[in-house]
Ligand binder design. Sequence first.
Ligand code: ZN
Length: 557
Amino acid sequence: MPHTPEPPSLSWLFQGLPGTSPIRTNSPEHGDTHALLVRDGRIVALGDDAVRLAEAEPPEQRVQVSGLLMPAFGDGHAHPMFAGLEWFGPRIRGAGSVEEIIAAVGAWATEHPGEDWIVGASYDPTLAPDGVFDAAWLDEVVADRPVVLRAGDYHTVWCNSEALRRAGVTADTPDPRLGWIVRRADGSPSGTLREWHACDLVLDRVPGRSVDELVEALGIAGARYAECGVTFVQDAWVEPDMVEPYLVAEERGRLSFRANLAFRADPDTWVSGGQVAAFTAARERVHARSAGLVTAHTVKFFADGVIESGTAAVLEPYCDAPHTCGMPVWAPAELRDAVTAFDAAGFQVHIHAIGDAGVRPALDAVEAAQAANPAWDRRPVIAHVQLVDPADLDRFAALGVVANFEPLWAQLDPLQRELTIPRLGPERAALQYPMGDLAARGVRLSFGSDWPVTSPVPMEGVAIAVTRRTDDGLPDEEGWTPHQKLTIDQALDAYTTGVAYQVFADDRGVLTPGAAADLVWLGHDPRAAVRDGDAGTLASISVRGTWLAGRAVHGTP
Ligand SMILES: [Zn+2]
């Protein structure tokens, strides 16, 4: 149990103008309402009851609501610490060309002469043919210090020659088991490394960050989340050294979002390294020390990689590389054993599965755990769910799997057009992100951003889920794979109640008496935007305020 109370919070009355009901409770029983009263971090009353109680005992703050007040968003899959750390290095996110990236790295190196390693993220992997970037390009601006940059997918790094030298990567270095060293025609390493074991050749040499720096990263991430209306997050990749910064950030009042941590299970060391016992101990530590913002219910597995690098596991070979079906991270039997073991220890499993041969063994593993272990409220999660063999769609509902989608990915953007569709071919490409198919089967959907891979702004994802069109309106009025579009209510639910269910927070995602006062105030009602034929404006709906447990963390109403 938490040993300290949550930070003190004000009492609030939120009220619409006369005759309006701009508060979406997200509860079938209460529907939309005109007033909401908050005390001590929780919702105490709705509608006329709220107004009456506020008259009897006036609240400290009153907010006149226009637009829409609704449950705050949750992010069902993200990496806030990695996102915050991007502020510590060269600003290459959003750079529009290789030249821009190189210039940013050069400028940062000049401004930071004392930093030995130059570490940055996230560059756009579509800026070079096949996503292959050369060390020599970085050597032009920094030759004497190591430079390592992560690609936007976080499955690839680009480094300079000094980084390769420090890591001992040469033409003679064999490819590791999981990942590969992209080579030039003469066999020398190009500077692009794909997937963990290859990336780790260099990343393992990078000096670690202090707890203070990691706390700072969480503070930066939290400020950004507050601006977006997000108050709870599934951190989908936690290494042992990331636990302390979360707890310290909370103790120092620097954590402005709730986080459920997912410890990453490693196929090579989960047995030899005693990960079941280690994660169980870490979970106990979190739950003993956290005042309530941090939980650790979950273990993360990577079933495979990503399609744009050709590392997602696919049932039929890649069209552009007919000799390969990608790179499963776990042998299927090993994944079954590991999922069963962590499930037996009371951990929720959260499995990254992108290709159809990643999704199938993930479902098989969940099925095996359910057959082997006693029943419990396990809420297994498969994340990303990019390519699903139609034969597997029914299994999500049958196994009670939560399908976590990153809705921003479901659009015909350059990543899809240039690096994905050519690898999958048109038939398989049309099967991607089957949100509509799974929703129709009664599967629980949750949404996430995978930030910093893609934008943390939920309304941008909601817009894509509803329209399946890019910012520039591609491909057409109907959208891409239009039968997979969701309704605006389904999309909002996936980003609120869907994530709340996923992280075992049944008092979030709804605004009913007793629920947490985690709120977002939007400048415009997204349901009205869709009704009025303005779905194209969803992404730009403003966030006027965000409340975490009744505490304003963004906006000055
Ligand atoms: Zn992720």
